[in-house]
Design a protein around this ligand. Structure first.
Ligand code: ADP
Ligand code: MG
Length: 551
């Protein structure tokens, strides 16, 4: 084939593909236009997973009827005029491509300011007057009907619908002052109050049970909500990060958030978060991705640090686990205690927030051990049941982490009666050589013993000698395959797990007292490093209610 310039409709379809990948992209572009127009009330209607209909109506500034047709021309925008404007973009849109792209791959009609225009495959097919109502309504039908290649790549209806929902949810959370309504196939699925209160928007979007588990972040230009470690999800879908209220897919900022939960969440569990980072618009380049999904910033490290500071400050106020308050007793009905379901927030789980400055744990007085696994204690709050393994894991994790971070320089070591030799894979061997100082800070003394073996002469005092070598093996695996920052926390968690007392180990009264005393003063003691709770509190209040006592 010889080189030719593409026919306009072919070029349009190609360009459109970059902006409009799937129904959720249409929802995103239309929402952004409504927000840019200063809307305070936006309704979104989705039918047939967005392929039948996507309708977004707003009460914003509107488009003058004489400009309606122009709005659908490629590179027609009211938001940017000069190249300089691109240096500090304040609006969500700026390329003038969205409406043109939508028109290239659908049947679209826009009504605004008493005017009406309809386009199909980028051609105007109808134009005229409409009843003047405030704002703008855009209806997109038969999306991708004429682009079979794109249609083929759409996922299931449920997945495409979910993507549309997630898009609306993100903006509803980032713009709590705007009232959002959404219907899917005629069913109302979302109504936010639009009163500017982020918690109220979160309650509408995520449900009150989840919203009550969220902690406020408000620091240094980072604002939003993050979940307590006990509320988690199986994917990162619950994390929304925005730069200047523009949702931004930034791996590094995702990592910044996740890292704050390091040592509090099980593997494969993720927090819920809505965070907006205010950045000088001159410091951000949003013009790097066709759908503006990616954002680049000049001072990435500083922004990363700000996000972590905000999240960490919020997390210091996490509340302890508590037994779900039992409903008032009903005569003749025996009620049982229900342990709270972990990682699934329910309103009943929520306790009054504990001020960060006050240690939420009052001194625990040991009363005994049951099932060779739970310690029973008494505190000011009530009767406390402690999972001995989880509690010990937390205590040791904190200690090992401090040693690894060289905050505590005195490892407690026990020399082995007979030095042991372990065989290692090359990657573990390399990790052992590189991490010699770290191992020593934990209490391990090792030396190379040939190219694939290590001689171990001493192990941490906390680690039972019989488990020390498997613990070291795993520690080296962790150090060999983890990236810099996470590696230390994971190493501490791995060693803590190997070293902690087991469920089933009998503890004598002095061991029970020691463990409870250590737990009392441990940081973040409400969970083990994997996010499992260390304790359950049966409050005096609950006992009183249960036994129907007045005192
Ligand atoms: P961009 O948002 O990048 O400017 P679009 O193609 O999305 O490009 O929209 C083109 C223009 O149409 C916008 O610049 C704006 O002037 C106008 N417009 C689109 N949607 C709306 C709306 N909902 N309310 C008011 N004006 C709108
Ligand atoms: Mg736009």
């Amino acid at each position: 084939m010889t080189i030719r310039v593409l026919a306009q409709h072919v070029a349009d379809a190609i360009a459109a593909g970059e902006v409009v990948e799937r129904p959720a992209s249409v929802v995103k572009e239309l929402l952004e236009n409504s927000l840019d127009a200063g809307a305070r009330h936006i309704t979104v209607e989705v039918r047939g997973a967005g392929r039948t209909l996507i309708r977004v109506a707003d009460d914003g500034a509107g488009i003058p009827p004489v400009e309606l047709r122009l709005a659908f021309r490629r590179h027609a925008t009211s938001k940017v005029a000069t190249v300089d404007d691109l240096g500090a973009i304040m609006s969500l849109g700026f390329r003038g491509e969205a409406l043109a792209s939508v028109a290239a791959v659908s049947d679209v009609e826009a009504r605004s300011g008493g005017g009406r225009v309809r386009l199909r495959a980028a051609e105007v097919v109808e134009e005229g007057a409409s009843i003047p109502v405030p704002g703008t309504a855009v209806e997109v039908r038969d999306l991708f009907a004429t682009t079979p290649a794109r249609l083929k790549f759409l996922k299931s209806e449920a997945t495409e619908t979910a993507a549309c929902v997630r898009t609306v949810h993100s903006y509803a959370l980032l713009y709590p002052e705007v009232r959002f309504e959404m219907t899917i196939d005629g069913r109302s699925t979302l109504k936010t109050p639009g009163d500017g209160d982020l918690s109220a928007a979160a309650a509408a979007v995520l449900g009150t049970a989840v919203a009550e588990e969220l902690l406020e972040v408000e620091e240094d230009g980072v604002r939003g909500l993050v979940s307590q470690p006990r509320l988690t999800r199986g994917s990162r879908d619950g994390i929304i990060i925005a730069i200047n209220r523009r949702p931004a897919a930034s791996r590094s900022l995702l990592y910044a958030v996740e890292e704050c939960y390091q040592g509090s969440l099980e593997r494969g569990r993720y927090p819920v978060a809505v965070l907006d980072v205010i950045v000088d618009p001159h410091e951000v380049d949003v013009n790097v991705h066709p759908a503006k999904r990616e954002v680049r910033f000049h001072a990435e490290g500083a922004i990363f640090a700000r996000v972590q500071r905000g999240v960490r400050t919020a997390l210091t106020g996490s509340a302890p686990y508590r037994l779900e308050p039992a409903p008032p007793p009903v005569a003749g009905v025996v009620r049982e205690w229900h342990a709270p379901e972990l990682h699934e927030a329910r309103p009943a789980l929520v306790t009054s927030p504990v001020p960060a400055s006050i240690d939420p744990v009052s001194p625990l007085r040991a009363l005994g051990q049951v099932k060779d696994g739970y310690l029973i204690a008494e505190s000011e709050d009530g009767v406390v049941l402690v999972d001995q393994h989880a509690a010990h894991e937390r205590v040791l994790y904190n200690r090992f982490l401090a040693r690894l971070e060289s905050r505590s320089l005195s490892p407690a070591s026990q020399a082995l009666l007979l030095p042991e030799t372990i065989d290692l894979a090359p990657a573990q061997m390399a990790a052992a050589v590189d991490s010699r100082e770290r191992l020593r800070s934990l209490g391990f003394e090792v030396e190379e013993f040939g190219p694939r073996a290590l001689r171990v002469t001493a192990v941490p005092a906390e680690t039972p000698a019989s488990r020390a070598l498997p613990a070291l093996q795993e520690l080296l695996e962790v150090l060999a395959d983890s990236r810099a920052d996470g590696a230390i926390a994971r190493a501490a968690a791995s060693l803590a797990c190997h070293s902690a007392v087991r469920f089933g180990d009998r503890l004598d009264p002095s061991e029970q007292r020691k463990l409870l005393a250590e737990l009392e003063v441990a940081d973040r003691s409400i969970t083990c490093p994997h996010g499992r709770p260390t304790r359950l509190v049966l409050s005096w209040q609950e006992l009183k209610r249960h036994f129907r006592r007045n005192y």
